[in-house]
Write a protein that binds this ligand. Sequence first.
Ligand code: Q9C
Ligand code: ZN
Length: 335
Amino acid sequence: MRIFHCSAQAGHAPRREFHNGDWTEFAETSARVDAMLAAVGPVEEPQDRGLAPILAVHGADYVEFLQTAYAEWRAAGREGDALGYAFPVSRRRPLCLDRIDAKLGRFSADVVTPIAEGTWAATYASAQSALGAVAAVLGGETRAFALTRPPGHHAGADNCGGYCYLNAAAVAAQALADAGRRVAIVDVDYHHGNGTQDIFYERGDVFFASIHADPKTDFPFFWGHADERGLVAGEGATLNLPLARGATWADYAPALDAALTAAIDWGADTLLVSYGADTFEGDPISHFRLTTPDMRRIGAAIAGMRLPVVGIMEGGYAVGALGANLAAFLDGLES
Ligand code: Q9C
Ligand code: ZN
């Protein structure tokens, strides 16, 4: 399987995030990249396809913010990584804001997603890796994988959040749709892919299904509940399958089957998979109990649909097992 990755993706290295009322080490480390690269075959550098496919899903003002936020933060005399502290939860509107703190609040959803020096270059490269995998499938490959990092599925059209800045899965799905594919996104990260869901929520041309920890107990809390089914032209084109903490393969397999069956019934001709290894039993920030062999089963169930697949990497924080979990998933996908 062709795997796309760009070396700039490792240059994103925030120092810390805010959690449980205190600073804690940033969980989405660049050591994840080394672990994944060591476990998979050779990777290809993607071509640079520019900003246009990114601007097809993200607002120009948000993209400009991501490009300039760190420099503005430093120009304001700040040390460390850029992080907001005030968020517009009501009557949000496109104001002209001067201070970097205001912009950080306007374009962020939380305080676990700092912007560091290499963040823009890394998230841009991650989106380009996703577009490389899309081009491979449009060129006739039946599967391609983008070793994306930072992850993307929590990023919305105009906000970062949940360790995500640009939404590589949404950029890839849009590029596939623009090429005439009928795309179903299947998100198997432990966390609900709220950014991806939101980008396509009112559209009937891209299907979105997600299996994730019940947002009543787990991040991102406010989205991913079973009654969210899409709106307007997108009504019925969103499917949420939350599972309780502690879920094992016995709980997971029927949900995965339901998600894949729904994608086929909707008439998908191409699958876009947001793969997170944070469903693993040893994940330090998550609470499912899937094993490394289960990762292979996830890949094999997706392969069993006999459709072209573009895979995108999302979360997974048990760094010591991350390579084996990703390799197992890719092995299943090749079956
Ligand atoms: N430090 C993805 O898996 N909560 N994002 C962190 C523990 C946020 C996860 C609390 C989790 C975001 C792509
Ligand atoms: Zn996750």
